[in-house]
Design a protein around this ligand. Structure first.
Ligand SMILES: Nc1ncnc2c1ncn2[C@@H]1O[C@H](COP(=O)(O)OP(=O)(O)OP(=O)(O)O)[C@@H](O)[C@H]1O
Length: 293
């Protein structure tokens, strides 16, 4: 498990990471979501040691992260960074050899990864000759070529078509299933919600929510109700609950207890027929919008 503990980082007087704390658990895919400038890339760079935090620590299974562990992480940086003029398979083999993998094994593994990522037909093309989406697949193969102990991927799905997203996810899932912690950032909440086991939502350099989808929904749940009746709902404002929105016979309100909400229901029934009464179910999208506002 990779653990980030109270990471702070400033650039000049811009405090970019404020007490970032979360875990990337082995065997799970953790999605890292947040708006532009939230601090995702900066956080990932501190994990890799590209940036040194001003304070805080990064641990692997409870001990400070080592240079050897960092070198064995599969990292896909925001700025990418393969050689445009080198052939795809050739550079995968080269990268694997830099990690100490024998050439024959590197070739085998490279060819296998390219096949799985549907890029085998372009194995002998130069990177610059590939479309952007295919270059992206090559970058993913590069992050995986050395059989990494963990994956840290900055926006790995950007620019991929839906089929490529699916094949990439399968490959990443296999890496997680083999016991590696996997962290990837994304702006696409729907994708993250579908693919991830756990999520970390970051805004303005702070972790706003972390855990499984259900844990985040539970922790962020505010006790809200909706009521719809034939009569105008304006009177609800006099019942002591907090009316968040109302329109004609419909109202959404928060109350401090179920009993209090039921008193509103009872009064509504005295005033006429109640068409609907129930709790409001927030989606992850609602929470995401709230947290990045
Ligand atoms: N080297 C740097 N020098 C100064 N400011 C920086 C540097 N790197 C990042 N920042 C600032 O830190 C903040 C967080 O940037 P970061 O790239 O980590 O955000 P992000 O969540 O990855 O955003 P995006 O989704 O847009 O890529 C931004 O305000 C950015 O301008």
């Amino acid at each position: 498990m990779i653990s980030l503990r109270s990471i702070h980082k400033s650039f000049g007087d811009h405090h970019v990471l404020k007490n970032i704390t979360f875990d990337i658990k082995p065997g799970l895919m953790t999605g890292f979501v947040g708006g532009n400038g939230a601090g995702k890339t900066t956080t990932m760079r501190t994990i890799l040691g590209v940036l040194t935090p001003d304070s805080g620590s990064i641990e692997v299974n409870g001990a400070p992260i080592t240079a050897d562990y960092r070198a064995a992480i599969g990292y896909m940086p925001e700025e990418r960074g393969l050689y445009p003029k080198m052939k795809v398979l050739e550079q995968l083999v080269y990268l694997a050899q830099l990690h100490g993998m024998p050439a024959a094994e590197a070739k085998r593994r490279g060819a296998d990864l390219l096949e799985r990522l549907n890029l085998d037909l372009r194995a002998n093309d130069k990177l610059e000759e590939l479309s952007l989406g295919n270059q992206q697949r090559a970058q993913i193969a590069a992050a995986l070529i050395h059989d990494p102990v963990a994956l840290v991927l900055d926006e790995p799905f950007s620019g991929l078509d839906p089929l490529a997203v699916e094949t990439t996810v399968e490959v990443l899932r296999d890496t997680a299933d083999a016991g590696a912690p996997v962290l990837f950032s994304s702006h696409q909440l729907d994708l993250v919600e579908r693919l991830c086991d756990e999520l970390v939502i970051v805004a303005a350099g702070e972790v706003r929510a972390a855990g499984t989808r259900e844990e985040i929904l539970r922790a962020s749940a505010t006790p809200e109700w909706e009521i719809r009746s034939a009569a105008d709902a304006g009177w609800i404002r006099e019942t002591g609950v907090d009316v968040l929105e109302f329109d004609g016979g419909w109202a959404r309100f928060s109350a401090d207890s179920l009993e209090h909400a039921n008193q509103v229901l009872a009064q509504a029934q005295q005033r006429g027929t109640v068409e609907y009464f129930g709790t409001v179910n927030h989606t992850l999208h609602d929470i995401f919008k709230e947290t990045i506002r």
